[in-house]
Design a protein around this ligand. Sequence first.
Ligand SMILES: Nc1ncnc2c1ncn2[C@@H]1O[C@H](COP(=O)(O)OP(=O)(O)O)[C@@H](O)[C@H]1O
Ligand SMILES: O=P(O)(O)OC[C@H]1O[C@](O)(COP(=O)(O)O)[C@@H](O)[C@@H]1O
Length: 303
Amino acid sequence: MIYTVTFNPSLDYIARLDSFQSGTINRLNYENFLCGGKGINVSIVLKNLSMDSTALGFTAGFTGKEIERQLTDIFHCHCDFIHLNEGNTRINVKIKADNETEINGQGPDISTNALNALFEKLSTLQDGDYLVLAGSIPNTLPNDIYEKILKHLSDKKINVIVDAEGKLLVNVLSYHPFLIKPNNHELSGIFGKELTTVEELVEHAKLLQEKGARNILISRGGDGAILLTEKGDYMQCPAPKGILINSVGAGDSMVAGFVAGYINTNDYKEAFRMGVASGSASAFSENLATKPEIDNLLKDIII
Ligand SMILES: Nc1ncnc2c1ncn2[C@@H]1O[C@H](COP(=O)(O)OP(=O)(O)O)[C@@H](O)[C@H]1O
Ligand SMILES: O=P(O)(O)OC[C@H]1O[C@](O)(COP(=O)(O)O)[C@@H](O)[C@@H]1O
């Protein structure tokens, strides 16, 4: 089974306009509310690739209800969220004008009881399962929470994928996650310096491998991606050419594509191709990538 965990889901408010000016009234020419949050997006793209998963995490209030409605009724994903008694799941604002501006909320508090309920659900995972821990946590939680989950599961052989920033990510490395997916900015942030060339990115990703990560997928937006595998090799892939429409969820789609590709083929190169195709297919469409969109790019991706 595949499980995704989103501590901090979001209703993504996509606001499109020709140009955006702060300090004045801006009128939109397109708006939409899409359920989001990193693990949730992974579950949706997995489903688009005909792979079932269970979306776990925390939802609250009217926004939380809308996320569950969309996930179940529109995307046909299986979800098993813990409902928080107070607050509302955040709304993240994505302004698409001459450039992209994102305003991500902080998210509701997660009580100790709710946290315990998640750990209980995770106790049912079994050897061979895949677990995707993705996205930020409300800042009332300690940044070793992903590490605590891995510790809780350490007596089982779970393939853990972590897509998170800073300490939240670095703290899990000693538990040998199957895959981590920093983008180039997140990798730079971990080392406190701007990493731009392939050589610099690979050199620093290797340091994270030395700390325990098995496979590292570095996404680089329109510049493509790099994969370092546990076999000690690395490969890179340019991004397919296309028109950028909405990059929200491109990284999550890449994670979903990689996991689906690996489960189907047991081959890192194929998983990497599927990851790149899925990330770019999402970037080239208004919504998250569908299978036909992914297949259409996949045929031209050569590594
Ligand atoms: N402008 C783009 N053109 C083509 N592919 C893109 C573009 N933006 C993202 N992608 C694809 O999606 C992947 C993940 O995107 P990225 O922006 O790096 O992730 P994140 O959303 O986590 O920051 C990239 O490696 C690439 O394959
Ligand atoms: O949890 P974070 O880091 O605030 O990110 C949440 C945001 O990330 C997304 O999941 C998109 O992620 P990516 O663009 O990195 O794939 C949005 O749906 C959501 O608004």
